[in-house]
Ligand binder design. Structure first.
Ligand code: NBG
Length: 833
């Protein structure tokens, strides 16, 4: 590369190379320059939005310099890279993160203050990049932060949705969805019009002969859509490494629109193709843990996978290595089954385009891919209809048939007498119409399959993938317990706590080596330290209480116990159990004398989360929470003793505000249903305790922090099947306290009871699939224990500090290192200076 440019030119470029700003004054110059030239504004019309734009652009310039160097270095070092394919990247805001990761926040704060702005106001101008639904998308974002911080050459590949997850408004207690148009001003992305890939859909497959007279297969005659790359820099913390997140946007392949139609007066017709093409990357499907099975979604999946693989293959081919070395240069991780077609696409490229024999090609494919499963919920497991696949991707369907055939032949040889086995493990399910089981295809096409917490990884081996363990042996299946980035979820969200910890540990090293939190333990008995710790918690609660007051008008006492459940609304996550518990608490308070009430620990029950637009039951739960709030918050008998709040439009930036303010947070899914959960980790890392079921990562959190520091409740995963069976055969009486709660709802205390009929009948005639009745009494008694523990302020502080000291394991960095060693076989690079 070097030699291709004459020395003189190289010197000229080096002399003129862009430099990063150093210190406050240079930073200020950059901001003012951007405000005045890039935005064409001046000090007379520089509002918070313009100050944000100027600051973001100054920071962006800084990132880009490190980003370019990193990319050049990665090309030069020519080592194995990892590609993380995810349909969701829930990045949240970028400015604060960029300032903190590059360690210029103090400079920026002072600099911007001298220009007349508060850094917090500037930060708050930014629109969240909300290209995801929940945990799965946020995990991808935390992984990118971990990859960059640890200096791994790792790229993300995703879709550049024009609309991210919808904005949630609450109108008369109901969720209303509003489009999230986030691209008006987005300084964090770089369009790469030169990186364009043609992607084909539909068409037909035919046999042909090549120039040597060999039979080849040609897929042609389809509709072509162009993928344009948009790159987003991902800065690591305290390193020059800045990785790349490449998002694809769709546009029509042939020109802008049809001039012939336009000239003949058919204006609408003339733009129809353009719109068809642009629709592909238009909107994120707003379903968490539900698969909708729509054609457009399948188009999104193939569009993104085909563009990404084309890019990866092109990069590999530039190195002129033999194909057999592809898996030594490339690791591709499939974030859930959404990118499973990548397996088929790579096989297609190798056999149809590169003309590599099937077996050799398949060896390359399986050595390249790893597959992460994120759920056992049947409604979330992707199945695509065979006729749809036939129509949209005819050649891919043929290849899937062949993959399946060779796989079933192998299974038949291994289990010659077990015909049922073949039906069970076939990629094709014999339903009407036939469907493709994408998880099976993902397993067959990968060398490693992992779950996201120990219980979950054990469960997939024992249930949905049991036969595959028999076929491939247990070593193909692994566990990598999820992790979170302490940069965003401690340092950025809770700067005061991060600073206090740093003051005790002698610096911020713990943000890169989270197990160092252990060193907090000797300070547990230090009175002053505990006082400061609890004061920070209080100030975070005051910050949230103010936000709640400003946005909802509800005033919550910051000294109340803040009980928070924020996550997607889903029956399996059981927000309904929480709100039923709140109603029970309300009824108890109403029945008390004023003397008795004086002994009660005041509580604020805070909820937040979106329901999938078509998920009627989840929307009913939101409605009930708001209705209960309406009644309770106005009740003069109750006052501060109980407040019920629903925070609108829960997203990453709100999580950063909410999580540091919790005393207790709820992670109460039916045992065996929540694969991991990641907010549980965020809450504990911020000095909150949790109430939860023995599910997902709660179990490992308990192991790390000790069971004296967590409030566990409810039945175990191993008992769920039996309990459900008993419900089906009418052998379960509803818990009497739950009965009383339901009676109260049916009486109309919370408005028209017909609104809640479905919710209540899910517990009775609906056989209570999520076992609310079975866990309710355990839930209530555990909540009483929470109150009891909270009365003992000192004991509570001890629990919190001890827990934080034990959270090292849950860093995304630990998690990324496990993937790198066990699945990807990639090494970090030495970062450039
Ligand atoms: C979600 C699980 C969570 C888990 C995240 C990240 C899906 C399909 N799964 O429990 O429900 O924490 O994935 O692994 O969104």
């Amino acid at each position: 590369v070097e030699a291709s440019i004459p020395q003189q030119l190289r010197e000229a470029w080096r002399k003129l190379a862009a430099c990063e700003f150093q210190g406050k004054e240079q930073f200020q110059r950059e901001v003012v320059r951007h405000v005045e030239t890039t935005l064409a504004r001046s000090m007379y019309n520089c509002d918070d939005a313009a100050a944000y734009a100027g600051t973001a652009l100054a920071l962006r310039d800084k990132l880009v310099i490190g980003w370019n160097k990193t990319q050049q270095n990665q090309t030069l070092q020519d080592q194995k890279r990892v590609y993380y394919l995810s349909l969701e990247f829930l990045m949240g805001r970028a400015l604060d993160n960029a300032m903190l990761n590059t360690q210029v926040k103090d400079v920026a704060r002072d600099g911007i203050a001298e220009l007349g702005f508060r850094i917090e106001d500037v930060i708050n101008q930014e629109h969240d990049a909300a290209l995801g639904n929940g945990g799965l998308g946020r995990l991808a974002a935390c992984f990118l932060d971990g990859l960059a911080t640890l200096n791994y050459p790792g790229w993300g590949y995703g879709l550049r949705y024009r609309y991210g997850i919808f904005k949630q408004e609450i109108v008369d207690g109901y969720q209303v969805e509003v489009p999230d148009y986030w691209l008006d001003f987005n300084p964090w992305e770089f369009p790469r019009p030169d990186v364009a890939v043609d992607v084909m859909f539909y068409g037909y497959v035919k046999k042909d002969t090549d120039s040597d007279g060999k039979t080849i297969i040609v897929w042609e005659g389809g509709e072509i859509v162009q993928a344009i790359a948009y790159d987003v820099p991902v800065p690591g913390f305290d390193t020059s490494t800045t990785n790349n997140l490449r998002l694809w946007s769709s546009k029509p392949a042939s020109g802008e629109f049809d001039f012939q139609k336009f000239n003949s007066g058919d204006y609408e017709g003339s733009i129809r193709d353009q719109q068809r093409a642009e629709t592909i990357s238009a909107v994120l499907y707003p379903n968490d843990n539900i698969s909708a099975g729509k054609e457009l979604r399948l188009k999104q999946q193939y569009f993104w996978v085909a563009a990404s693989l084309h890019d990866i293959v092109r990069r590999f081919k530039k190195t002129h290595r033999p194909w057999s070395q592809f898996p030594d240069q490339v690791a591709i991780q499939l974030n859930d089954t959404h990118p499973t077609l990548a397996i088929v696409e790579l096989q297609r490229i190798l056999i149809d385009v590169e003309h590599i024999p099937w077996d050799q090609a398949w060896e390359i494919v399986t050595a390249t891919f790893g597959y992460t499963n994120h759920t056992v919920l049947p409604e979330a497991l992707e199945k695509w209809s065979v006729p749809l696949m036939q129509h949209l991707l005819p050649r891919h369907l043929q290849i899937i048939y062949d993959i399946n055939l060779f796989f079933l032949q192998k299974v038949e040889r291994m289990f010659p007498k077990d015909r049922e086995m073949l039906t069970r493990v076939s990629i094709i399910e014999e339903s009407q119409p036939q469907v493709l089981r994408m998880a099976y295809l993902a397993i067959i096409g990968s060398h490693k399959v992992n779950g996201v917490a120990e219980l979950h990884s054990d469960l997939i081996k024992a249930t949905i993938f049991k036969d595959f363990v028999a076929i491939y042996g247990p070593d193909k299946f692994a566990n990598v317990t999820n992790g979170i980035t302490p940069r965003r979820w401690l340092h950025q969200a809770n700067p005061k706590l991060s600073d206090l910890i740093a003051s005790k540990l002698g610096g911020y090293e713990f943000l890169k080596e989270l197990s160092q939190l252990e060193r907090l333990r000797p300070f547990i008995d230090d009175k002053e330290f505990r006082r400061e710790w609890m004061e920070i918690k209080l100030s975070n609660k005051i910050r949230l209480a103010k936000y709640i007051r400003d946005t909802t008008g509800i005033s919550v006492n910051p000294h109340a116990l803040f009980d928070i459940q924020v996550k997607r609304i889903h029956e399996y996550k059981r927000q309904q159990m929480n709100i039923f518990g709140v109603i029970d608490r309300y009824l108890n308070l109403k029945a008390m004398t004023s003397e008795e009430r004086k002994k009660v620990v005041p509580r604020a029950s805070i909820f937040g989360g979106k329901a999938a637009p078509g998920y009627w039951m989840a929307k009913t739960i939101i409605r009930l929470i708001n209705a209960v709030g309406e009644v309770v918050n106005k009740d003069k008998d109750i006052g501060d003793l109980l407040k019920v709040v629903f925070i609108e439009d829960y997203n990453v930036s709100k999580a950063e505000l909410i999580i540091p303010a919790s005393d207790i947070s709820e992670h109460i899914s039916t045992a065996g249903t929540e694969a991991s959960g990641t907010s549980n980790m965020k809450f504990v890392l911020n000095g909150g305790l949790i109430i939860g079921t023995c599910d997902g990562a709660n179990i490992e959190i308990t192991r790390e922090i000790g069971d004296e520091n967590i409030f566990l409740l409810g039945n175990l995963a191993e008992d769920v099947e039996d309990l459900r069976h008993r419900h089906r055969y009418g052998q379960v009486e509803m818990d009497p306290k739950l009965r009383a709660v339901c009676d109260e709802i049916e009486k109309g205390t919370f408005g028209d009871p017909s609104v809640y009929e479905g919710l209540i009948s899910s517990l009775t005639t609906g056989c209570d699939y999520y076992l609310v009745s079975d866990d309710f009494s355990s839930y209530l008694t555990t909540q009483d224990l929470v109150d009891e523990a909270y009365r003992d302020k000192d004991g509570w502080a001890t629990k919190c500090i001890n827990s934080v000291a034990s959270m090292g394991f849950f860093s995304a960095d630990r998690c990324i290192n496990e993937y790198a060693d066990m699945i990807w076989n990639v090494e970090p690079l030495v970062p450039v200076k």
